[in-house]
Design a binder for this molecule. Structure first.
Ligand SMILES: N[C@@H](CCC(=O)N[C@@H](CS)C(=O)NCC(=O)O)C(=O)O
Length: 214
């Protein structure tokens, strides 16, 4: 039985897990949970994930959430080799560093801008938040200096997760013209399996945010 991914395409973390699964080649059954309809609070979903967040993976009764933990699990279980999530201690440590950078910095700063616009009636992006996100995007640019992918010469699940986060804000219209390495890397990521599925979700996310902007 294929693992079931509780998913909503507008969610960057949810897309990060799904894009990772696509690149890994993991079998996945998708069940949509519509966050705008608050379906994550249904009794049946709360039984599966009391933290009521997406993505959530159910692999034959083994349930985990946190998008990057899902990507790690799927890569270890289904990866045809260890390229996407290396077993070598140091190479894996670099992938983990990039994943934690995404989880604790990049995604958090994107959310700080978009959540109030989507759900709290905010209609503009404050300069401090804008500067903060640009500083963080600058770190990503640095990771990509002299490196083809975010954690070395091969694509890994750090690329898929970071791509899902970044494309959300790009679809809001973020200016990345001063980040040439990121522009080059985005083109490479767009060729990976599942990228266009991610991009569709990111587009819907961007439209939802832009609709509320002055
Ligand atoms: N760090 C988590 C973030 C998950 C998260 O915040 N998901 C949001 C959608 S972007 C969600 O499900 N929100 C609904 C809720 O928490 O009730 C991850 O990477 O999976």
């Amino acid at each position: 039985m294929a693992p079931k991914l509780y998913h909503y395409g507008i969610s960057g973390p949810s897309r990060g897990a799904l894009f990772s699964a696509r690149v890994i080649g993991a079998p996945i059954e998708i069940e949509i949970i519509n966050l705008f309809k608050k379906e994550q609070f249904s009794e049946s979903f709360l039984k599966i994930n009391p933290q009521h967040c997406l993505p959530t993976l159910d692999d034959d009764g083994f349930v985990i959430w946190e998008s990057r933990a899902i990507a790690c699990y799927l890569a270890d279980k289904y990866g045809k080799d260890d390229q996407l999530y290396p077993r070598d201690l140091k190479r894996r440590a670099v992938v983990n560093q990039r994943l934690f950078f995404d989880s604790s910095s990049l995604y958090v700063k994107i959310r700080a801008i978009c959540f109030p616009i989507l759900f709290l009636g905010e209609t503009e992006i404050k300069k401090a938040l804008k500067d903060d996100l640009n500083t963080t995007i600058g770190f990503l640019e640095t990771f990509l200096t002299g490196s083809e992918w975010v954690a070395g010469d091969q694509p890994t699940i750090a690329d898929t997760c970071i791509y899902a986060s970044l494309t959300s804000i790009l679809e809001v219209g973020w200016d990345i013209s001063s980040f040439p390495n990121i522009q080059r890397w985005l083109k490479q990521c767009a060729k990976l399996p599942g990228a266009s599925e991610n991009d569709e979700g990111a587009k819907s996310f961007g439209e939802a945010v832009k609709k509320n902007l002055k």
